[in-house]
Design a protein around this ligand. Structure first.
Ligand SMILES: *Cc1c(COP(=O)(O)O)cnc(C)c1O
Length: 440
């Protein structure tokens, strides 16, 4: 079968995500059939290759067809592929829960599982509300989110998101959360630092909390980097101040680390950089190294205790069919092993400096604005009025063997943690050339 055969069959039968399908049919947005993956490379059916510089939508950490992750899944497959997690338990889910909890210093002692990021956010929202209700405070049933936030695509998660492109159409279906000022470091006036932006946003948060805390269950944030909103980066000071305010006003802090967890921002979890712990931690994406759909919400023993009761309805009666899938938990454990065995955070620090140095020409492009980096995420805004910039850049990158999908006019890089020098050079040089081509 050729590329064209798969392409035709896909367009006839598959409704692709986050896509105006007509763009595929007209060819404005090429559809790429993938035959296999190896390391950071994706190969089509005719031998063309693409460097997966966005980690297949922010999930892949250690490359495709990673031998260690493959072996972990194969071994688990012969033991137990799946079992109901209500009333039953199994080794991979117990071991993973113990390890994740230990990685929060034991602060978050219980793990509740689902299959995707949006479901994890839904769980955190429901748990927060329900725990206040169990404390006889049912009026605490609203949420705060950051301007420009993204927490998923389901109705509950769109309610706490603030990206118009994804949510505007569905606004009549939503119970809107209150968006508060983002600590976006790009807001810094001349002479101001990112920490100044953080303090200003925290002051705005305090004003909202002071007036409304009695009806607010939780503040939900994407720690340090607001991803789908345009790779908005901010100072850890905001998280430190927000933690203090949440404590003072009795509001939960939900950290959605679905994108930023597992080393993306330089530390294993992004909130560590603020020296705080959230009340709820949502993880997915890199959790399984990008292999299988799995998500988890970690929470404190205190929240857990609020559900511990003789009344069944004071328990958390939420479930998904594939909750705690053993294959997914096993590959998550193997992913955590790689972090330890390969001292990945250390290695990423050295890699990060190399790629940053390579990106200087792109950062200095006359139409580049606010080049920024946090750990293993790089982003730059492109000053252009061209409404088709995103598509032009995407096509120009593919022609240079690069998978890069700008968010509007923001070009970003989120590579897997395994690029060699040659791949790093190809990424940096190819992106700069693609930018010139897209703007030409
Ligand atoms: C991707 C993402 C989600 C949603 O996860 P899905 O698995 O796509 O449902 C939620 N929050 C953040 C910050 C994300 O980046």
């Amino acid at each position: 079968m050729s590329n064209q055969d798969w392409l035709n069959r896909s367009l006839a039968a598959v409704w692709h995500p986050c896509t105006q399908m007509k763009l595929h049919e007209t060819g404005a947005l090429p559809l790429v059939p993938v035959a296999r993956g190896q390391g950071p490379w994706l190969y089509d059916f005719e031998g063309r290759r693409y460097l997966d510089a966005i980690s297949s939508w922010w999930v892949n950490l250690f490359g495709h067809a990673n031998p260690r992750l493959n072996a972990a899944i194969k071994a688990q497959l012969d033991q137990l592929e799946h079992v109901i997690l209500a009333g039953f338990t199994h080794a991979p889910v117990v071991e993973l829960s113990e390890r994740l909890s230990a990685l929060t210093g034991g602060a978050l002692g219980h793990c509740f599982y689902a299959s995707d990021g949006s479901s994890a956010v839904e769980i955190a929202l429901k748990m927060s509300f329900h725990s206040w209700r169990n404390h006889d405070r049912p009026e605490k049933n609203r949420f705060l989110c950051l301007a420009g936030s993204y927490h998923g695509e389901t109705l509950g998660t769109l309610s706490v998101s603030d990206v118009a492109l994804y949510k505007e159409v569905y606004a009549p279906l939503l119970r809107q959360a209150v968006p508060v000022l983002s600590p976006d470091a790009r807001q810094a006036a001349a002479g101001e630092t990112a920490a100044d932006c953080a303090r200003r946003a925290a002051a705005a948060l305090e004003a909202v909390l002071a007036a409304q805390h009695e009806t607010i269950a939780a503040l939900i944030v994407e720690p340090l980097v607001q991803g789908a909103g345009g790779m908005i980066m901010y100072d850890p000071e905001y998280l430190r101040l927000a933690r203090g305010l949440c404590d003072r006003y009795q509001v939960h802090l939900i950290a959605d680390e679905i994108m930023v967890g597992f080393g993306r921002t330089g530390t294993l979890f992004a909130h560590e950089q603020a020296g705080i712990r959230p009340d709820f931690l949502c993880l997915s994406k890199g959790l399984t190294g990008g292999y299988l759909p799995l998500s988890v919400v970690l929470t404190t023993d205190e929240v857990y205790a609020a559900f511990h009761d003789d009344a069944i309805t004071r328990g958390f009666l939420h479930s998904h069919s594939y909750t705690g899938n053993p294959l997914a938990c096993r590959v998550a454990l193997a992913t955590l092993d790689i972090f330890v065995e390969d001292a990945v955070l250390e290695r990423n620090r050295r890699f990060g400096e190399r790629l940053t140095a390579r990106l200087v020409p792109l950062a200095n492009h006359p139409q580049a604005r606010h080049f920024r980096r946090r750990g293993m995420i790089w982003a730059v805004d492109i000053a252009t009025d061209d409404p088709d910039f995103r598509l032009r850049f995407y096509r120009a990158a593919l022609q240079r063997e690069l998978l890069l999908r700008p968010l509007g006019t923001t070009v970003y890089f989120m590579p897997p943690y395994i690029l060699n020098d040659e791949e790093t050079a190809l990424l940096a040089d190819g992106a700069a050339a693609a930018l010139d081509a897209a703007l030409a």
